[in-house]
Design a protein. Structure first.
Length: 114
C-alpha cells in the first residue's frame, strides 16, 4: 500500500520562504510525474508545479520565478521550495505521485499572513 507523507507547511509572513516535502512509502509502478497542487478556501484545486521523470518542469503562471520543484527518484521524494510568498499563496498544498495509479498526500496548510 502506497502512502504519501507531506511535511513543511506552516505560517509565514509575506515575502518569506517555506519548503514542502513529500515522501512515498511503498512501491509505485511506472512512476512518471510528481507534482504539487493547492486548494484555497472556496476555490478549486489547482496545479502548482509538476516535474516529470526526465526532469521537465511546469508551473502555474502565478508562481513562476518564485517556486522551485525538485525530485529525488532514489528516495521517492518531491519537494517544493517557495520563496517570496504572497497572501494569495495561502492554501492547503497536496503532493501527487503519478504512476499506473495516482497517489495523493493528505495535504499541508500553508498560510501567508502578517
Amino acid at each position: 500500500q502506497v502512502q504519501l507523507v507531506e511535511s513543511g507547511g506552516g505560517l509565514v509572513q509575506p515575502g518569506g520562504s517555506l519548503g514542502l516535502s513529500c515522501a512515498a512509502s511503498g512501491r509505485i509502478f511506472n512512476m512518471n510525474a510528481m507534482g504539487w497542487y493547492r486548494q484555497a478556501p472556496g476555490k478549486q484545486r489547482e496545479m502548482v508545479a509538476v516535474i516529470t521523470s526526465d526532469g521537465s518542469t511546469n508551473y502555474v503562471d502565478s508562481v513562476k520565478g518564485r517556486f522551485t520543484i525538485s525530485r529525488n527518484n532514489a528516495k521517492n521524494t518531491v519537494s517544493l521550495q517557495m520563496n517570496s510568498l504572497k497572501a494569495e499563496d495561502t492554501a492547503v498544498y497536496y503532493c501527487l505521485f503519478q504512476g499506473l495509479a495516482s497517489y495523493w498526500g493528505q495535504g499541508t496548510q500553508v498560510t501567508v499572513s502578517s
